[in-house]
Design a binder for this molecule. Structure first.
Ligand code: NAP
Length: 254
């Protein structure tokens, strides 16, 4: 039984690759019980094969509300409570404003925002049954700090994640459920392997998972990294909006 703030039963979504997989492997390596979710059962199973004693596979399409009841049953068959949930499943589409395609917003909003809400609907009752102080961790992005080129859909979804986490923190405080917002900078994963531009201060998923795990255990309100990008982006965000725009439009690639 845990007598400290370390979450021992953790549900990580988007755990089949990238940041989620690295975080799952890190927490599993520390001996925690981890439930891993994504759509691809085979990828999840190959992680579980490496940790037969403490990894639990829960393949779910988190955008499918119809599937939530069976996901809930499958989760309850694994354990009756959770100490932490990590809302990490997500995707990115870039917008070309010259050929504005509203259809590209749909997959981004579906998993990044609605998928996170679906996950919370399932997780909150289980977090309330934790014998310990429970925790919600939402993976946003440094993209929400500044209005970045081509990020109309992705940035909006991550701004929504920030608001979601910050208002949840207010509402869950009385129930002693902590809320941590994670803002990664650029991390090398299958998601960013699709990017066709230079990514400053790129780190690997292993490093990112270290930042997240340490921030989770310290119950930080916000975990953001890498520090170089955090400083530069926050300095720019403190400028008047007109100055910000003047600087940021230099990044536009026409
Ligand atoms: N990489 C970066 O530089 C960076 C920076 C800032 C924020 N982030 C955020 O970090 C999170 C993880 O990104 P990543 O870079 O690690 O990307 P990734 O490797 O592509 O991982 C995305 C994960 O989400 C899962 N997923 C996608 N749609 C899903 C759905 N409908 N239902 C369930 N799971 C779903 C994917 O698995 P399946 O396809 O098998 O379902 C995969 O496990 C995302 O929220 C992303 O926005 C990443």
């Amino acid at each position: 039984m845990m007598t400290h703030d370390r979450a021992d039963w953790v549900w990580i979504t988007g755990a089949s690759s990238g940041i989620g997989e690295a975080l799952a492997r890190r927490l599993l390596g520390e001996g925690r019980q981890v439930v891993i979710t994504a759509r691809s059962r085979e990828k999840l199973q190959s992680i579980a094969d490496d940790f037969p004693d403490n990894c639990h596979v829960l393949p779910v399409d988190l955008t499918d509300r119809q599937g939530l009841d069976s996901a809930r049953e499958a989760m309850m068959a694994i354990n009756d409570h959770l100490d932490a949930v990590v809302l990490n499943a997500g995707t990115c589409e870039y917008i070309d404003t010259r050929h504005f395609d509203a259809g590209l917003f749909e997959p981004v909003m579906n998993i990044n925002v609605l998928g996170s809400a679906n996950t919370l609907e399932l997780a909150l009752p289980m977090l309330r049954r934790s014998p310990n102080r429970a925790q919600v961790v939402g993976v946003g992005s440094m993209a929400a700090v500044l209005p970045l080129t081509r990020s109309e859909a992705y940035g909006a979804s991550k701004a929504a994640m920030e608001y979601l986490m910050n208002s949840l923190r207010v509402d869950l405080a009385a129930e002693r459920i902590d809320v941590t917002l994670v803002r990664p900078g650029f991390v090398k994963t299958p998601l960013t392997d699709r990017n066709d531009f230079e990514m400053p201060f790129l780190i690997d998923a292993e490093q990112a998972s270290g930042h997240i795990a340490r921030g989770m255990d310290k119950r930080k309100l916000t975990v953001q990294f890498p520090w170089q990008l955090v400083w530069i982006m926050h300095l720019i965000s403190w400028l008047p909006l007109g100055w910000q725009t003047a600087l940021l439009k230099k990044m536009v690639n026409n």
